[in-house]
Design a protein. Structure first.
Length: 218
């Protein structure tokens, strides 16, 4: 396993290069979530390829509670998707090539066939999606900043499904094209060290300081 030398990272990534504490595959720490997208389109085939990876995520009892609803920039649904986002997210996400809502199937309320883990399972699917997209040279940024009621109404989502997140997907763009207040945040964030995250045995003594925050905000 090689850790990516700084020289191989695109310029805008080098301001805060990520270094894993242990030698993991590069894709885990080189994936990051920009807000600056270029206007280069993502083909439907590439979008479906990323969703194909998501489909192979593990889930409780193989219940596969995920559903994906997507629109591509400029298609008949695009503006309706954008209108569900909050103002903060709409500003930058309007330049993405696609928006994907990830829904969880929470059943009909009578049975608990998924074991109540639908949101957890959908999280695994989102991770597959983001990593597959990264491997294809694409970038994703997940969002919870959207109007869930509006989304449900607009996209005619039945009650048993919950919109867990929406994902902006596209090719990375120029930081300078972002509104000024977002430019300084356009870099890979860091993580809390593993030794403050994973513990052998029981939960560590709370009286000793254990930071909750990551090393750098996202
Ligand atoms: C479920 C979820 C919801 C998120 N919601 C938003 C959001 O509404 N707006 C936003 O700009 N970023 C959002 N993010 C992006 C996170 O802030 C980002 O993933 C985090 O800071 C880690 O950075 P990284 O993805 O570059 O490693 C979200 C990410 C996830 C996974």
């Amino acid at each position: 396993m090689t850790i990516c030398p700084k020289e191989e990272l695109p310029v805008q990534h080098t301001r805060q290069a990520r270094r894993p504490d242990y030698p993991i595959e590069q894709i885990f720490y080189q994936r990051w979530s920009p807000r600056a997208f270029s206007d280069q389109p993502v083909s439907e085939r590439d979008l479906l390829t990323a969703l194909e990876a998501a489909r192979w995520a593990p889930s409780s009892f193989n219940s596969q509670p995920w559903r994906f609803l997507y629109a591509r920039n400029g298609d008949a649904w695009w503006q309706r998707y954008l209108d569900t986002l909050n103002a903060f997210n709409r500003v930058w996400a309007q330049r993405a090539s696609a928006l994907v809502f990830i829904l969880s199937d929470n059943g009909d309320g009578r049975s608990d066939e998924a074991g109540g883990t639908a949101s957890l399972d959908v999280g695994a699917a989102w991770s597959h999606l983001a990593l597959q997209a990264h491997s294809m040279g694409l970038f994703c940024r997940g969002m919870v900043g959207f109007d869930a009621d509006k989304m449900r109404q607009t996209l005619k989502v039945p009650p048993r499904y919950k919109a867990e997140m929406v994902v902006a997907i596209g090719h990375i763009g120029r930081t300078d094209d972002l509104p000024e207040n977002l430019r300084g945040r356009e870099m890979p964030s860091q993580r809390r060290p593993l030794d403050q995250t994973a513990f052998a045995g029981g939960f560590p003594d709370q009286s000793t300081a254990m930071p909750n925050a990551s090393r750098s905000a996202g």
